[in-house]
Write a protein that binds this ligand. Sequence first.
Ligand code: GLY
Length: 312
Amino acid sequence: MLFKSEFLAKVLIYFQCFSLLINRFQYDANNYQYHCDRVENVFFIIIVIERIIVYEGKQMFRRAIVRTPGKSMVNGLTTAKSGLPDYELALVQHAEYLNALNECGLDVLVLEADEQHPDSTFVEDVALLTRECAIMMNPGALSRKGETAEIKKVLKDYYTHMEEVLDPGMVEAGDIMMVGSHFYIGLSERTNDKGAQQVIEFLKKYGMSGSVVKLDNVLHLKTGLAYLEQNNLVACGEFLSNPAFQHYNILKIDDDESYAANCIWLNDKVLIPKGFPKSRETLENAGYSIKEVDVSEFRKLDGGLSCLSLRF
Ligand code: GLY
């Protein structure tokens, strides 16, 4: 059930805080009243704040939205030249992906297939979800523009503040990487500067920031980059020497495993595509707990792990 695990986690943390509070008070039988030492009160407040920070930090992502692939996915955009995806296998892999999100503690809303839009299973591209607001994208690919309408309706249930990138701006959120409250926006064939500047203005309005990165070879920014928290940045190809990222601890992905650069940090676990042993080892050596997911059929459509979900 949607939000069940989030609800249980909240009940547990707040029960813990309540127990701490009760323990702070002692009954004074002589005066028939409870009293609480001031110093103890200060300690109590510190502990409660610490617990909540730890809880919030570990549970950075609580929900995800995915869309079941439609049969029309075989007509999706691609440059991969690795053949048509096997639809039945794609459904199996999509279900495994959903399970992996659940294992990372996320409650997942599954939208029905949208046969009108062959690439609509790649939901990440149509919206940027931040802690403060949702920003609807205006996809650069003509065949994907119609994907935003239904996602916008869905997101209204979760967000009070919604913004929207408008023509002549175009942005696909696969080109946007979040690092805390800063967002890197790749300028690609799908994302132009006018769109990126609109996103940066929206971010500023809500106390966040953004900057642009020029892309040379990749489809989207996150085709070759993934931020795994704790200053660790997975990177390959053109991003390894990009000055914008040199202050991060770069976890290098070799060119022959470049598909694995599109991985996702989710509440202390990292999801990576199956079949990239060197990349897996690199991330394990960096201390991450890894979950592999086979997304071979989505790779045939230039789609990576992150493209398959909106996480917030
Ligand atoms: N096939 C995914 C995309 O090109 O947007």
